[in-house]
Design a binder for this molecule. Structure first.
Ligand SMILES: [Cu+2]
Length: 469
């Protein structure tokens, strides 16, 4: 367990959370204004939010449409998403639609799939959504700076049939913040090298849908679908769904054939999503806890009486994704090295001490397969339709959350052991010393990133790309 290294939220912090809480959760379901030509308007601009409850100071954030989190964008599967993004920030930005098997030109990676959207400029995103499920969108230019200032929001792709009503389909955006002693966002420490070379920027405060310790209303005897999205820059949240009677029905947007009991803790790493179902049998308060060795409530489900029994549970149909052909695959290693706590030493195998010093001066602390940061050549090229098997090995002292753009992959093995559930994911975690094997069909043409979603790690070396032609 690497709990202590990545968890500096302490009991006192949470007690303070508990004292300041009790606000009802605001679902991020605001309607977005539409342009006359049918685009949803999404504007990034500076704004202020009281992260530390009603008595805290105003934090200077960067927000979509003035909201924290950004407004929930909700469309039916197969529908065309049309978003007119306007940048009213002082620096370039772009929007990435995380987990969508999207047309490459709409992937939102500034400097690779599109030019950065300059201050005052507009960019039209228009794409189809092949898979139903829980996704999110976030800034993808200097993400380490823009995302933990507030630039993210939920993207929900609805099933063809509506299986849950509006009040039993609940989106919860979980975000970790670093607040200073006045309870406002610590902006001075953005870009701190110590964070980049260690576990990434970790906070000391959690919000759900922008509120600390909110109440989440549930209806007794009704099935609820709860969609969790971790938008944190670096924090892995250890959750225990079984403690509040929930079963797992999907990960990273891809739902299962059957609900799954999840004894113990389940990791929700940065960028990952988790879909749960639960039916409370009695009225009252059910704490929603994070496990940090011991449980800490960071929200409370408030179960109210309902006039009638709810309908029986019906699960959404699973998405159809191309099945990897492991017999005929392009096999790629992905060796992760570098970082503090002893990890830099291995980098001296391929470089001199002077070269290593230069690398660190350039703010690069991590490597993939010996190289640090974006290279001119892709890490690999795949022919369209070819299966790629990626075997990653974490030779660093920190956990990482690896995201593959444009594709979902099957999580095959951990430390050489085939997994019981080889789930479809778009982001996988790997602990120090672990090897993790994934496979996907490279069926989406274009240039795609593979990077750590601990955003400080990504900018300090843990970012590469591959090409599908
Ligand atoms: Cu990382």
């Amino acid at each position: 367990m690497h709990m202590s290294r990545r968890t500096n939220l302490n009991r006192r912090t949470f007690l303070r959370t508990a004292l300041s809480g009790c606000a009802a959760v605001a679902a991020p379901q605001f309607s977005l204004a539409k342009t006359t030509d049918g685009f949803l308007e999404l504007t990034a601009a500076k704004g202020q939010v009281r992260l530390y409850g009603a008595n805290g100071g105003q934090s200077d954030l960067w927000l979509y449409n003035g909201r924290l989190p950004g407004p929930e964008i909700r469309v039916k599967r197969g529908e065309r998403v049309r978003v007119r993004f306007k940048n009213e920030l002082d620096e370039p930005s772009s929007v990435h639609w995380h987990g969508i098997r999207i047309d490459n030109s709409m992937d939102g990676v500034a400097g690779m799939t599109q030019p950065p959207v300059q201050p005052g400029e507009v960019f039209d995103y228009e794409f189809l959504t092949p898979d139903a499920g829980t996704y999110w969108y976030h800034a993808h230019n200097m993400s380490w700076n823009q995302v933990p200032r507030g630039l993210s929001g939920p993207l929900i792709i609805e099933d063809d049939e509506t299986l849950f009503s509006q009040d039993t389909d609940i989106t919860l955006v979980l975000s970790d913040w670093r607040l200073d002693e006045n309870g406002i966002l610590d902006t001075a420490s953005f870009g701190a090298r110590h964070d980049f070379s260690h576990a990434g920027r970790l906070g000391n405060w959690l919000t759900i849908n922008g509120t600390s310790l909110p109440d989440i209303p549930l209806k007794k005897g009704h099935w609820h679908r709860v969609r969790l999205i971790n938008t944190s820059a670096s924090r892995i949240l250890d959750l225990a769904p079984e403690r509040f009677g929930a079963k797992l029905i999907g990960l990273d947007g891809q739902t299962f054939n059957a609900p799954r009991d999840m004894p113990g803790t389940v990791q929700l790493a940065p960028a990952q999503r988790m879909d749960l179902v639960l039916r409370p049998e009695a009225t009252g308060t059910i704490p929603f806890e994070m496990m940090t060795g011991r449980p800490f409530a960071f929200a409370n489900f408030q179960v109210k009486d309902a006039e009638s029994e709810g309908p029986s549970l019906r699960l959404p149909p699973v998405n159809t994704l191309p099945e990897p052909d492991l017999q005929d695959a392009l096999e790629m290693p992905l060796l992760m090295e570098g970082g503090a706590m002893g990890g830099m030493r291995s980098l001296l195998r391929d470089r001199t001490e002077d070269e290593l010093r230069q690398m660190m001066q350039d703010g690069l602390f991590w490597t993939f397969n010996g190289t640090s940061g974006m290279q001119d050549a892709p890490m690999f090229s795949a022919k369209r339709g070819e299966t790629v098997v990626l075997e990653s090995r974490n030779d660093t002292s920190f956990a990482h959350a690896m995201h593959v753009h444009g594709h979902h992959f099957r999580l095959l093995e951990r430390n050489g052991e085939p997994l019981e559930h080889q789930d479809w994911r778009d982001t996988f975690t790997t602990d120090p010393g672990e090897t993790v094997k994934i496979a996907f069909v490279a069926d989406n043409p274009g240039k795609w990133l593979i990077h750590c979603h601990m955003l400080g790690h990504a900018v300090s070396g843990m970012m590469t790309w591959f090409e599908v032609s």
